[in-house]
Design a protein around this ligand. Structure first.
Ligand code: SAH
Length: 355
């Protein structure tokens, strides 16, 4: 069986010719898959019965092979999170968010993560493997399929789920290029964001791509010792150098950089922290996205009170730094990285022990 999902049109044509199908059929199937989000050959109405049989016998289509292990919808109906099992049994999370400007999907780039940020649930067990280009594209298309009845499409992608996208650069960029193509969903690069903990060679490679993809940096601390304690990656790629690389990217791409800063109670939420952060970002084409921490029970991090959060934002704004507090979406559905997967694994483990 060949999985045809995520193949470029020329590759699909080659597969079709080898199977003895007419070359032009590849284009028809390509359009069903990526313009109509139809993944079952039987529903592809312009194919003959014999073609459908041949395809069913020889080809699979990844979104049909992915199992939805869990689905959680937030009470307000605006966020929906899926725990997906890939054909090899590994699972990742994907989140759909409904904003007033459209639908955006937060995709994972790796199974697990090796960055071991102290507050994050994704890396509890390290990285297991990179996701393929097709697996990244499929996360978006599973939602496109669900949105068919609403006659809507995903219009934004953020690579901010589990994993470090810069350590799976080719597949992540391959997936974004695929989604950008006018023969698929023709998504603008301006509607795509890659979020990194600060892998500088990845930021440089992204700059070489010369595409207006947005870059987000998970900064979270601006005191060296604290950042190293929270994010071990700071030892290899110091945050001061990361900010410089991001600034160079901003100048080259014309895009504003988003700095993510999780507010962790009594760790990085003081006025002094706000002032230091403002110093680092002054005069830069940047915005700060403050994220009240989603507590990860395993690691004992708490979220600051409302007043502390307000004080932090106001201090930044007073120093003329663009700052917003991330709109809380999906807090009630474990939408922070890796939380659903970790919970699911724990439950399965408990079940197993109980047996
Ligand atoms: N590795 C990439 C992308 C995945 S993490 C990166 O570091 O940017 C995506 C975002 O979720 C990051 O900003 C990360 O720091 C944040 N995050 C992780 N755990 C969180 C938690 N418990 N609460 C809030 N945000 C969290």
């Amino acid at each position: 069986m060949i999985d045809i999902f995520g193949l470029e049109l020329a590759e699909l044509e080659k597969v079709f010719v080898e199977l003895g199908l007419k070359k032009f059929r590849a284009k028809q199937v390509f359009q069903w898959l990526y313009q109509k989000s139809v993944f079952s050959f039987e529903e592809m109405r312009n194919l003959s019965k014999s073609d459908i049989e041949l395809l069913e016998k020889n080809c699979t289509v990844l979104p049909r092979e992915i199992k939805v292990l869990r689905e959680q919808n937030s009470a307000d109906g605006m966020t929906s999170k899926l725990l997906l099992a890939m054909p090899d049994g590994n699972s990742v999370e994907t989140v759909l968010m409904h904003h007033d400007y459209g639908y955006s999907v937060c995709v994972s780039s790796q199974v697990g993560c090796d960055m071991h940020c102290a507050f994050c649930a994704s890396g509890l067990k390290g990285a297991i493997r990179n996701l393929t280009k097709a697996e990244i594209v499929a996360q978006v298309y599973l939602f496109n399929e669900r949105l068919r009845s609403a006659n809507a499409l995903v219009s934004r992608v953020v690579v901010m789920g589990s994993g470090e996208p810069m350590l799976n650069f080719d597949n992540v960029l391959g997936a974004l290029d695929f989604l950008h193509d006018e023969s698929t969903c023709h998504m603008s690069y301006r509607n795509m964001t890659i979020s990194t903990c600060g892998i500088i060679p990845g930021i440089k490679r992204l700059e070489e791509q010369d595409k207006p993809i947005n870059l987000a940096i998970s900064l979270h601390a601006v005191r060296n010792e604290l950042r190293t304690a929270l994010m071990p990656v700071n030892k290899g790629f110091n945050f001061v150098d990361v900010i410089a690389a991001a600034e160079a990217y901003s100048v080259a791409s014309g895009r504003q950089i988003t700095y993510e800063y999780i507010l962790l109670k009594d760790k990085n939420d003081s006025l002094q922290d706000a002032e230091l952060l403002a110093n680092f970002l002054r005069y830069k084409h940047a915005t700060v996205n403050l994220i009240p921490a989603n507590p990860v029970p395993e690691q004992g991090f708490e979220r600051p009170g409302k007043k502390t959060i307000e004080r932090f934002v106001q201090a930044l704004q007073k120093l003329r730094i663009n700052a917003t507090v991330r709109k809380e979406m999906g807090k009630d559905i474990d939408a922070a990285c890796g939380q659903l997967r970790a919970k699911f694994a724990k439950e399965q483990g408990a079940k197993h022990e109980g047996n």
